[in-house]
Design a protein around this ligand. Structure first.
Ligand SMILES: Nc1ncnc2c1ncn2[C@@H]1O[C@H](COP(=O)(O)OP(=O)(O)OP(=O)(O)O)[C@@H](O)[C@H]1O
Ligand SMILES: [Mg+2]
Length: 267
């Protein structure tokens, strides 16, 4: 069997004194698209941050393309992360820079290509995401869906072997969301990219996922092929994939409950 492109072993990670992820184990295989699912706040973005070297593990380790981003020196880490494209949950474009200048950031940081070659690469990637000719626009002049697509073009700009996307289609209309899914599938087909995509959107999952990882209670509730996830008898998976009318267990706390707990905590 091929070696995993990304391996997360016994990962414990969190912020301040709190642990969000505990004993997370997952393997992401070459050329496959894995959708990471789970309730809001369960730690999906935290997992991606841990993988790209932004959040050192409290315990356990992460391996990306055979290297531990927390164990190598600064230069090796920068070289490693140049091979991992990242689409942030909010797009994370710099508002004072044009689309072209935003896309040029990774090219400047990681290559010595001349300006005209950079301009060609930027034009190609914008065409790939359906935004040819938008180089001179500022992020403030783009719709939410356009910003996401520019973010994806930036994530793909160095043709990285690995791309991580945090909720690429959240908040988009169904047509734009479907176009974005097509782009991810196309990039994978053309470039053989290994992808981890955090998403709640069932149509997206059915379109793009080879594998599914479900996080719950700080750990991995399920990891395996999409077909096994949709056929699973586990009640959380049944609920997620709509084969059960309502999730079992405690209902989510209301805002009122949360405020009451806060008030008690503060007293
Ligand atoms: N920078 C931070 N500092 C402190 N706590 C944080 C920070 N970022 C996230 N958290 C907390 O960690 C937990 C997990 O957050 P995370 O963003 O990973 O969730 P998520 O699964 O991506 O949620 P969503 O689906 O809403 O994006 C939450 O309780 C959140 O409040
Ligand atoms: Mg998130």
């Amino acid at each position: 069997m091929d070696a995993p492109v990304i391996e997360v072993h016994d990962l414990h990670a969190g912020y301040g004194n709190g642990l969000i992820l505990q004993r997370v184990n997952a393997r992401f295989m070459p050329g496959r698209i894995t959708c990471v699912v789970g309730g809001s706040g369960c730690g999906k973005s935290t997992l991606l941050r841990s993988i790209i070297g932004l959040l050192p593990p409290r315990q356990g380790h992460v391996r990306v393309l055979g290297e531990d981003p927390y164990a190598v020196d600064e230069d090796a880490r920068a070289r490693l992360l140049a091979r991992v494209g990242f689409l942030f949950q909010n797009g994370a474009l710099l508002n004072s820079l044009t689309v072209a200048e935003n896309l040029a950031i990774p090219l400047r940081a990681h290559t010595r290509l001349p300006a005209d070659v950079c301009a060609q690469i930027i034009a190609q990637k914008l065409a790939l995401v359906g935004l040819a000719g938008t180089e001179r626009l500022l992020p403030g002049e783009l719709s939410g869906g356009m910003k996401k697509r520019v973010g994806l073009a930036r994530a793909l700009i160095l043709d990285p072997p690995v791309v991580l996307c945090d909720e690429p289609s959240a908040g988009l209309d169904p047509v734009t969301a479907a176009q974005l899914d097509d782009l991810l599938v196309r990039a994978r087909r053309l470039l053989g990219t290994t992808m981890i995509v955090v998403t709640h959107e069932l149509p997206s999952i059915h379109t793009i996922a080879d594998d599914v990882v479900m996080l719950a209670d700080g750990g991995v509730r399920f990891a395996g092929p999409l077909a096994d996830a949709t056929a699973s008898d586990d009640r959380h998976l049944r609920a997620f994939f709509g084969r059960e009318s309502a999730p079992l267990g405690d209902p989510p706390p209301t805002l009122y409950d949360a405020l009451r707990v806060d008030a008690r905590g503060a007293a």
